[in-house]
Design a protein around this ligand. Structure first.
Ligand SMILES: CC(C)(COP(=O)(O)OP(=O)(O)OC[C@H]1O[C@@H](n2cnc3c(N)ncnc32)[C@H](O)[C@@H]1OP(=O)(O)O)[C@@H](O)C(=O)NCCC(=O)NCCS
Length: 174
């Protein structure tokens, strides 16, 4: 499977994100992540830097979910709402910046479907693992996909820029 194929699931289709999707992505982000606001420039930058890691989920002609991800530097998750400037070369982890489904489409496998695609893409990019900051009580979901919480005191301040319960999680790609 290539990173640019559409991925049909039970309730819709994941397809690569395009720049003209960004306004709809911002609307979903405002609804899903009201407590973790990020400026539209953040989404636009991730799409520009690593388009193959950015997808939207379409159902009946409407966008109802998105994901942003990219190669990155290990153990250095960016503070919330911050621009990257550039991706590290070489990368030392593959970072899932955000996966957000509108409430009506949750629990039907769409999230898991795109996580499997992201893990494949991460392997192809040569990264040794995948990392993320789990918010919103999502650590259980990520745990089902092989992610484990890694406690690093030096990251505490950054994690608190997300929320008090934010967890740094890593999944090896072996
Ligand atoms: C978390 C999220 C991405 C999961 O996507 P989803 O499509 O709803 O998940 P799936 O339907 O693929 O669920 C797979 C399994 O994980 C479980 N699961 C889903 N969300 C979970 C959560 N927050 N905590 C624990 N388990 C969860 C499901 O019950 C399901 O279990 P099953 O296979 O035994 O039925 C989605 O619910 C979402 O966007 N939530 C709001 C935003 C968010 O929290 N994003 C993650 C930020 S890091």
């Amino acid at each position: 499977m290539t990173m640019t194929s559409d991925i049909p699931t039970k309730t819709g289709t994941w397809r690569p994100m395009r720049p003209d999707d960004l306004p709809a992505v911002a609307v979903i982000a405002d609804r899903v992540h009201a407590a973790y606001p990020e400026d539209p420039e953040i989404f636009a930058e991730r799409l520009r830097l690593w388009p193959s890691g950015c997808w939207v989920y379409e159902s009946n002609g409407e966008l109802i979910a998105y994901v942003l991800s990219h190669p990155a530097q290990a153990f250095a998750p960016p503070p919330l709402n911050s621009l990257l400037g550039a991706l590290p070369e070489p990368p030392t982890t593959y970072y899932i910046h955000d996966l957000a489904l509108l409430p009506e489409t949750r629990g039907q496998g769409a999230g898991s479907a795109i996580v499997r695609i992201l893990l494949d893409g991460a392997r192809r990019s040569g990264c040794p693992d995948v990392s993320l900051v789990a918010v919103n009580d999502s650590a259980g979901f990520w745990g089902r996909h092989g992610f484990q919480t890694v406690s690093i005191p030096a990251l505490d301040a950054k994690l608190r820029s997300y929320d008090d319960d934010a967890r740094f999680m890593v999944r090896p790609l072996v």
